[in-house]
Design a protein around this ligand. Sequence first.
Ligand SMILES: Nc1ncnc2c1ncn2[C@@H]1O[C@H](COP(=O)(O)OP(=O)(O)OP(=O)(O)O)[C@@H](O)[C@H]1O
Ligand SMILES: [Mg+2]
Length: 204
Amino acid sequence: MYKFNEIRSVGKSERIQNTSFVDVSGIYGRDEDKNTLLRMLCESSEQHPHIISIIGMRGIGKTTIAQFVFNNNEVINNFDKVMWVCVLESFDEYKIAKTIIETLEGSTPNLGALESLFQRISRSIFGNKFLLILDDVWLDDYKTWEPFYHCLKNGLRGSKSLITTRKESVARMMESVDIIVVKVLPDEECWLLFRRLAFFGRSQ
Ligand SMILES: Nc1ncnc2c1ncn2[C@@H]1O[C@H](COP(=O)(O)OP(=O)(O)OP(=O)(O)O)[C@@H](O)[C@H]1O
Ligand SMILES: [Mg+2]
């Protein structure tokens, strides 16, 4: 009578597979977050693997900031390999490992045992300075994350992994060295964004 099933299915379909593509000229504000992140990504680091997390509430702009750095020339030139993986709620280890291999090797591996996928990732990143972006992570089970964490150690020192998540507990579980908390946009930038979306950039 109350259509609970329909309501639930609307809630479920709300999660979106974000890609790395963005129109950087359409990103308002965020100068401080962008600069902090650029510095974190490009400077050398004692930590290995070096995990950075962007956290904040739903829709606040975490993925947008990650897309910005992924497309930034300074970042691209700083790494041998850059990889974007949209993770989502399920944290499907096979899919994630497969996407990483596809990006590294340019070919789709047959889905063998997870062990062999990890070995391929280890071989491909060995001797490379990589940037891995894991967008929209919800996992809070360290056992699932642990093999990825150890595998990432095979990259060169200076490699970085960037995670976006709504949950601080996820950032902590993944052993983030740095955490950027994304806050609400200032009113002025909110208005510019609203105006562009609602009135196609017209002021009234
Ligand atoms: N600074 C910004 N300038 C312009 N558009 C923005 C900005 N921040 C966010 N947006 C827009 O707002 C929407 C939500 O942003 P985004 O997907 O980055 O949020 P999120 O924090 O990753 O959300 P979620 O927790 O659901 O993953 C997107 O359409 C994005 O393009
Ligand atoms: Mg997001």
